[in-house]
Design a protein around this ligand. Structure first.
Ligand SMILES: [Ca+2]
Length: 187
């Protein structure tokens, strides 16, 4: 239960970091809705209502939710989206090993990757980017990235691309945020 405040008005529930709130009526009976920015997952209640708690107080039906970067790795489908290191924009964990495979909506498309934010412990934590879906296959590797240096963009030759994020057992950093987009291949 949120903190009660008075007879018919709940306290301002605020706005989650990296998210939005719809609704600014905090009176008894009102409901507000939360959503997260693209690439973040909502944890908690999507909607909360200002309810009567006792005869003299009202309170929110739940706490404000939080928006967090999705867990490590996954299979992603086009047409576009965002991939971030776990916990982003909070420091990533040690001993992480996350794999993402991106698949364009149709096989005639290629995947374009754009780096928006990138900061890994130089030399020890890496993001490897490769073509296709054979994760870790040496022949398909485009880049092994570390530190703060990134290519402007990476374009696959097929409708799939893989990313593997590995960290060692000490020292984290901010991590990364990349966006992907399915594009028409060579015409
Ligand atoms: Ca490290």
């Amino acid at each position: 239960m949120g903190v009660a405040q008075g007879h018919n008005m709940c306290p301002d529930p605020g706005i989650p970091d990296r998210g939005k709130r719809k609704g600014s009526d905090f009176r008894r009976g009102a409901t507000v809705h939360f959503s997260c920015d693209e690439g973040y997952e909502l944890q908690g209640s999507k909607s909360i209502s200002c309810l009567r708690v006792t005869d003299s107080y009202v309170g929110w039906s739940d706490d404000r939710p939080i928006c967090r970067a999705p867990m490590c790795g996954g299979h992603l489908k086009g047409p576009s989206g965002v991939i971030t290191s776990p916990n982003y924009p909070v420091q990533y964990d040690n001993n992480a090993n996350c794999t993402w495979i991106i698949t364009a909506t149709d096989t005639s498309k290629v995947i374009k990757l754009t780096f928006e934010d990138f900061d890994l412990e130089r030399g020890y934590d890496t993001l490897t980017v490769g073509d296709g879906e054979l994760v870790g296959d040496q022949k398909t590797i485009f880049h092994v990235l570390s530190g703060t240096t990134t290519p402007d963009l990476v374009v696959s030759t097929s409708h799939q691309m893989w990313l593997n994020f590995k960290t060692d057992d000490t020292s984290g950093s901010l991590g990364f945020k990349v966006t992907y987009e399915g594009k028409d291949g060579c015409l």
